[in-house]
Design a protein around this ligand. Structure first.
Ligand SMILES: N[C@@H](CCC(=O)N[C@@H](CS)C(=O)NCC(=O)O)C(=O)O
Length: 244
């Protein structure tokens, strides 16, 4: 099979790209990546050819009649689970080891992935992913409500579903979908005097130690493009090449 190509946006900003990229990496799915410049004319021909919605990420592979094109992060996750790995992405175990006893965590994992995909708009609008920055915001009530909800999810998973590691012990799709939230908390919460629960900090530390997330952050810190639409709050400091 031809190696899948994942088309993604600027790593400093593109939270949906990170989710799909991290999911493929974490489940050992071999792929090439192509980074496009978001909101830039250079991206237009690539998006016109591969992305029906004009958005990234998009996963493509195969030729002519066998061409597979998957747009939207949730669809990429489902397709990866169905066709590209022997691991069950909702449980994090080999599919041959899954039985009825995994049903509760599988349902929980799918529900929080869907909740992230369709909601948590307060966090998503007040705290855009901006990996290189430390920034102060005035969080809206909707943002604070979403942070409380995310902290509840992390606390419940760490207490009841995990041995204080990833949300369900081994890495699952839920960790990939919440990775940008971890990076957003890192950018904005301390700088905005938003106090997080110890369980939230513990989960953030686990995620920030993940080698794939570290590799993504390293690439993000080498980027120089500043996208005004994706910047929020008062920037207090910058890491990476723009910080020097
Ligand atoms: N629902 C889509 C959202 C994709 C999305 O909004 N991608 C952003 C980058 S993170 C994008 O391509 N923005 C460019 C644009 O809106 O023109 C998904 O889950 O993949």
């Amino acid at each position: 099979m031809q190696k899948p190509l994942l088309i993604i946006g600027n790593k400093n900003y593109s939270s949906w790209s990170l989710r799909a990229w991290l999911l493929l990496k974490a489940f050992n799915i071999d792929f090439e990546e192509q980074v496009i410049e978001l909101f830039h004319p250079s991206a237009t021909p690539i998006l016109d050819e591969h992305a029906p919605t004009g958005k990234v990420p998009v996963l493509v592979y195969g030729e002519n009649d066998e061409r597979v094109m998957v747009w939207d992060t949730l669809a990429i996750a489902i397709h990866a689970n169905d066709y590209l790995t022997n691991l069950d992405i909702w449980i994090g175990l080999n599919k041959s080891n899954i039985d009825n006893s995994n049903r509760i965590n599988s349902a929980y994992c799918q529900s929080i992935v869907a909740e992230m995909h369709s909601g948590l708009m307060g966090i998503r609008s007040d705290m855009p992913m901006n990996i290189r920055a430390t920034a102060r915001i005035q969080p809206s009530a909707a943002c604070l409500t979403d942070i409380a909800r995310v902290e509840e999810i992390f606390a419940d998973c760490l207490k009841n579903r995990s041995k204080n590691s990833y949300l369900f012990g081994q890495f699952t799709a839920a960790d990939a979908f919440f990775a940008p939230v971890v990076l957003r908390l890192q950018t904005y919460t301390d700088a905005s005097d938003i106090v997080l629960k110890p369980t939230t900090k513990q989960y953030c530390e686990t995620m920030l130690n993940n080698p794939h997330i570290q590799a993504w952050i390293d690439s993000a810190l080498k980027e120089t493009r500043v996208i005004k639409e994706d910047e929020a709050g008062e920037i207090l400091s910058l890491n990476g090449v723009l910080g020097h």
